[in-house]
Write a protein that binds this ligand. Structure first.
Ligand SMILES: [Zn+2]
Length: 272
């Protein structure tokens, strides 16, 4: 499915007046074009993770499905810092976590979690995971995010807490079914005692942006939880409205275009 086909919701942010400069959803003539595009966005997503200090040793990975060979996934190489990921060191891996193209190793235990989700959810195009400070802290509480801000409301009734023990290691032992199942009805998972995951049925752009937004929502929730007074939540109706209109996959894609534009100009080595 192309991003244009996946766009189900109209956005109030799209300009009414034609001819103005505004990001357009991409269209492709060939798989090769689309593959190159997805790989470039994957690299940019890794660089964005570096900018947000989402690195933690070799933990964390971003995957995007190959447009032609849909049982294969492009991902970042293991033990390479997010800031050093580029087109030439990406790897292509299969469901078993075997590298079928590229020179670098894959984080097999971690990648199998992604592969399992992708395999069970053929509509999920891209996934993100990292061991981020606020996300991992909030995940230890074992409760979903409250709709206390417009940004948090973007995840209202669209995220789940999964309490499998052992994280990605457990998945390697076939105990990670909770995450796989939870992604059927959600686009974000708070994996208890492990960290955050996002999945996108639209693009790696959207998966990356909503990961950044989810980490920030966890940060804000922790700040509010530490406050002396209780926050006033958004009503369920208002939270659903926010999710539909400012929390859509398209909006995630659109937010990411600001990140991509800045990275493409300032870090041209990512295309090397
Ligand atoms: Zn992990």
């Amino acid at each position: 499915m192309s991003p244009a086909e996946a766009l189900k919701k109209e956005s109030v942010y799209q300009p009414d007046q034609k001819g103005l400069i505004f990001p357009d959803l991409p269209a492709f003539e060939t798989f090769e074009e689309e593959r190159t595009h997805r790989k470039q966005r994957l690299v940019a997503a890794c660089r964005a993770f570096a900018q947000h200090n989402f690195d933690f040793g070799f933990a964390g990975h971003i995957s995007v499905r190959d447009p032609e060979h849909t049982d294969l996934y492009w991902t970042n190489p293991m033990a390479v810092h997010f800031s050093q990921v580029k087109m030439s060191n990406l790897i292509l891996a299969n469901h078993a976590g075997e590298v079928v193209e590229g020179d670098y190793a894959v984080n097999q235990a971690g990648f199998i979690l992604h592969a399992s989700v992708h395999q069970a959810n053929p509509d999920i195009v891209a996934m993100c995971h990292a061991h981020t400070p606020y996300g991992t802290a909030y995940c230890s509480l074992g409760r979903p995010l409250d709709p206390i801000t417009q940004d948090a409301a973007c995840f209202y009734e669209d995220h789940a807490v999964v309490n499998d023990e052992g994280g990605a290691v457990a998945v390697a032992k076939n105990q990670g079914l909770g995450v796989v199942e939870a992604f059927k009805n959600n686009r974000a998972i708070l994996h208890q005692n492990h960290g955050l995951l996002t999945g996108s049925r639209h693009s790696v752009d959207s998966a990356c942006y909503w990961f950044i937004a989810l980490e920030r929502a966890c940060q804000v929730q922790l700040m509010v939880d530490a406050a002396a007074t209780k926050p006033i939540p958004v009503t369920p109706e208002r939270a659903r409205y926010s999710r539909e209109h400012v929390g859509s996959e398209y909006i995630g894609w659109l937010h990411f275009q600001t990140i991509y534009g800045q990275l493409a100009e300032q870090q041209p080595d990512m295309f090397g």
